[in-house]
Design a binder for this molecule. Structure first.
Ligand code: CTP
Length: 417
């Protein structure tokens, strides 16, 4: 576990029975050379003692925003900056509600607001509390804010119930910590996009006909989500604007969920001023029903006409901005791939376009595999048949190489990587 050596982890412990396992977690981290600062909430004291945690962590436990002596030694803002990672284990339903709302009514919640470090939340609670609408709403909000949720596991619970809600065991938590902090480096991925802000669109869009019917397409979102993960692994700050998919958001991305092409257009334009790179992977519906019926449409005759209006072209509108970011599009084609994609790149004003053959079964919409060609003004590069994850990693690396001078404006280090 030596690759974690020297990392600073702030471990928040909240008031759940699983808190009795946290001295073991601290011990595992300390064995790997990690500096662990424990922060307890008031309720956590009922399940585990600060004396034990101080002994295993080798540092006095922090538990009070108003502790003048502790604040004088290291103020809470300084502590928030010190952390490479914040882990909250166990995280109660109340803790998750507090974080989802952005409240700062205790030391741990305040630190979570003040830190720029990634946050891992390890929930532990009764299965009914976990499944409740409010907790699930808070989970979605936290994921959208870029927080990684670890678990919970399923099984027997201290209260006698069985179901989802058990805290993930300490060795598995350490694995997730390692993944979050060092996996990209271990996988040989250089942080070529460190400091670069990347916005990615993904998934299909859904265009409502009436309250129960819609027009959409078969896009699974897999390639867009894989590119978002590859960009995070390369050190980028990633915003993912996604139509409805069945996929879990990649860890570490800020997620904005949308339905229609118009929603996606608005979300992208609300964010774009801040972005260095925009990659359009979404399969945006080209047309939407001209009118959206407020009530379910009734059957009337044998035939029915549906009048459609064209949707705005999102990626082209970004490429047309005065201060445009680097813009990369995708082209889904079924014939004359390269010719159509070259023309599409120029027509939409894109810096680069990635073209793939959507008529092929093995690389189709729902497949885990893909092959493509990357086309830019000065060159073309084949990205051979491979998994969508591998293709995403390779695409990010090539984009960073090809556009190194544009990206180096925001990321001086990338020029030397
Ligand atoms: N795109 C977009 N907004 C649209 C349509 C497409 O941002 N309204 C983006 C896609 O995300 C993709 C690129 O444009 O990056 C190309 O999408 P594609 O469906 O291949 O092209 P179309 O513009 O729809 O052209 P056509 O259907 O005529 O091939």
């Amino acid at each position: 576990m030596s690759e974690l050596s020297g990392k600073n982890i702030l471990l928040g412990i909240t008031g759940g029975i699983a808190a009795f396992k946290t001295p073991m977690l601290v011990r595992l981290l300390r064995d790997g050379g990690v500096n662990v600062q424990v922060v307890m909430t008031a309720a956590a004291h009922r399940f585990v003692t600060p004396t034990t945690l101080q002994a295993v962590s080798g540092r006095p436990v922090r538990d009070d925003l108003w502790d003048a002596a502790a604040e004088a030694a290291m103020g809470h803002i300084e502590l928030a900056r010190w952390a490479d990672l914040v882990v909250i284990a166990p995280a109660t339903a109340h803790c998750m509600a507090t974080l989802a709302q952005g409240l700062a009514d205790n030391l741990l919640a305040t630190l979570c607001l003040a830190t720029k470090a990634p946050i891992l939340v390890v929930p532990a609670m009764n299965q009914a509390m976990w499944s409740s609408a409010a907790t699930q709403r808070n989970v979605s909000k936290l994921i959208a804010d870029g927080v990684s949720i670890v678990g919970p596991d399923e099984g027997d619970q201290a209260c006698g119930d069985t179901g989802p809600g058990r805290m993930v065991e300490p060795p598995a938590i350490v694995d997730r910590i390692r993944q979050r902090l060092v996996a990209p480096v271990l996988a040989g991925v250089k942080p070529v996009l460190a400091g670069v802000k990347v916005l990615i669109t993904a998934g299909p869009t859904v265009e409502a006909i009436d309250p129960v019917r819609f027009i959409s397409n078969y896009s699974s979102g897999k390639q867009g989500y894989a590119i978002a993960q590859a960009a995070v692994n390369a050190g980028a700050e990633v915003t993912l604007v996604s139509g409805p998919t069945n996929l879990a958001p990649p860890s570490g991305v800020r997620m904005i969920a949308v339905q229609s092409a118009h929603d996606m257009f608005d979300a992208v334009h609300a964010e774009v001023a801040d972005q260095n790179v925009v990659i359009g992977v979404a399969a945006v519906a080209d047309y939407r029903p001209a009118e959206q019926a407020p009530q379910k449409l009734k059957k009337k005759s044998d035939k029915m006409n549906l009048l459609l209006d064209q949707n705005p072209d999102i990626i082209a509108s970004v490429a047309a901005l005065k201060n445009k970011p680097l813009v990369v599009g995708f082209a889904a084609e079924t014939e004359q791939l390269i010719e159509h994609a070259r023309a599409k790149r120029v027509r939409k004003g894109l810096d680069a376009i990635v073209v793939n053959d959507v008529s092929k079964q093995d690389i189709g919409f729902n497949s885990d595999y893909n092959s493509a060609t990357l086309i830019w003004a000065q060159g073309e590069l084949a990205l051979p048949f491979q998994t969508k994850d591998e293709l995403a990693t390779s695409l990010i690396r090539h984009l960073a190489d090809i556009f190194v001078s544009q990206l180096a404006i925001t990321n001086p280090e990338s020029a030397t990587n």
